[in-house]
Design a protein around this ligand. Structure first.
Ligand code: XUL
Ligand code: CO
Length: 446
């Protein structure tokens, strides 16, 4: 594997391979905490964290917002869309390898332009897939997952699989088919569905039951096609409660898991949990992760952070070590990722306009998760917090509580016990103690 790949040109000039320099380093272009080779609990940091770069934010987000035009200048841009896409792929792989991430993720339209017909779009993606495959082989960087962008084109304004117009649904099917074809060539570990427009703007014009049935059929056909062509990875649904729809059907982890189970899709599909989507749904990041782990359905993670002052998806890079420590505790509790990883679904700000800002942002996100991993691993190794939680349930471990868990009680039997035993003692939840112990692990427990 080359140190970094450079196609026809070097796009991130003057920036070399990012190295680990330790927490004392003043170099903004060095890792302070992410030491990819460091072994934690039998695995290297690189193997635990399985970082991926998101093509869409890193190489397509030009800084446009509802109030202003582009602020980011892309040196790989080209008047000819296919030439631009090829140069963009070169720039992307240069970035991945300089940063040292093992994976990337992309939407079909991030990497290859939409054509005038279904066939033209398919041909474009086929060509770019060949180029991505070459770059993967040259650099060793792999595909964590890909997906189809079925929310930008105007035809999808009323949804895709949940569109009341059948002909729109067929266009979505064409996109998913082509994206799965591309995935299999690239050896993707997963394939994601994020249905931003699979929801509604008003219930006045919406037959929710029919739409959900269509969504289930669409996902079933996609699963069947993927398996038929040899896709062995995991399908993911990425929950999000709203934005751009007023209500999105994949509201949160609990909703998605129930939907998958109700439709017999839970063997092939898992969740891809995005931090900022969980918080939009009124949950914490760790809540949605835990819901998935409890159901055996945590697949992958879109790593980002929201802004507590804003009620929308700000897609910022993770910088909050409390969040990542709690998230890594949950991820380690399921034995770590199998096909999934930590994909930075995060974008630099509109006014972050220096070329090194993209590196600095990813370095910060990777360091933040490296710290979270170290702290979570220490907490698990000592087992103190886990024991405190387990002990809260000790009344079910033996005797009558254990009989209840085994289904040996009737409701009348429970009533009689209450009458006989009288008022229970108060048992403190000790929340503040848990919080204080976490702080000790974070800031000074040796
Ligand atoms: C949108 C979002 C998407 C998905 C992939 O909020 O998170 O980028 O991750 O379509
Ligand atoms: Co996402």
């Amino acid at each position: 594997m080359k140190d970094y790949f450079v196609g026809n040109a070097e796009y991130f000039k003057g920036i070399g391979k990012i190295k680990f320099e330790g927490s004392g380093s003043d170099n903004p272009l060095a890792f302070k905490f992410y030491d990819e080779k460091k072994i934690i609990d039998g695995k290297s940091m690189k193997e635990h964290l399985r970082f991926a770069v998101a093509y869409w934010h890193s190489f397509c987000n030009d800084g446009v917002d509802p109030f202003g035009s582009a602020t980011h200048v892309f040196p790989w841009a080209d008047k000819d869309h296919m030439t631009g896409a090829i140069k963009k792929a070169d720039a992307a792989f240069e970035f991945f390898t300089k940063l040292g991430v093992p994976y990337y993720c992309f939407h079909d339209r991030d990497a290859s332009p939409e054509g005038n017909t279904v066939l033209e779009s398919e041909k474009n993606l086929e060509k770019i897939t060949g180029i991505l495959k070459d770059r993967q082989d040259e650099t060793g960087v792999k595909l964590l997952w890909n997906t189809a962008n079925m929310f930008s084109h105007p035809r999808y304004m009323n949804g895709v699989a949940t569109n009341p117009d059948f002909s729109v649904l067929t266009h979505g099917a064409a996109q998913v088919k082509a994206a799965l074809d591309s995935n299999v060539i690239l050896g993707g570990q997963g394939y994601t569905f994020w249905g931003g427009r699979e929801g509604y703007m008003t219930l006045f014009n919406t037959d929710m039951k029919r739409e959900l049935d269509h969504l289930a059929s669409f996902l079933t056909l996609s699963r069947d096609y993927g398996r038929k062509i040899g896709f062995k990875g995991t399908f993911y649904i990425e929950p999000k409660p709203m934005e751009p729809s007023k209500h999105q059907y994949d509201y949160d982890a609990g909703t998605v898991i129930a939907f998958l189970k109700a439709n017999g899709l839970d063997k092939d599909f898992k969740c891809n949990i995005e931090a900022n989507h969980a918080t939009l749904a009124g949950h914490s990041f760790e809540h949605d992760l835990q819901v998935c782990v409890d159901a055996g359905m945590l697949g992958s993670v879109d790593a980002n952070i929201g802004d507590t002052q804003n009620g929308w998806d700000t897609d910022q890079f993770p910088t909050n070590v409390y969040d990542t420590a709690r998230a890594m505790q949950v991820i380690l509790s399921m034995g770590g990722f199998s096909t999934g990883g930590l994909n930075f679904d995060a974008r630099i700000r509109r006014n972050s306009t220096d070329q090194d800002d993209l590196f600095i942002a990813h370095i910060g996100g990777m360091d933040t998760f490296a710290l979270g991993l170290e702290i979570a691993s220490k907490i698990r190794e000592e087992g103190k917090l886990d024991k405190m939680r387990t002990d809260r349930y000790s009344s079910y471990d033996s005797g009558l509580g254990s009989d209840f868990e085994k289904g040996k009680f009737t409701l009348e039997g429970l009533r009689d016990l209450a009458a006989k035993r009288g008022e229970p003692d108060a048992n403190s939840g000790k929340q503040e103690l848990y919080e204080n112990i976490l702080n000790q692990y974070m800031f000074g427990k040796n």
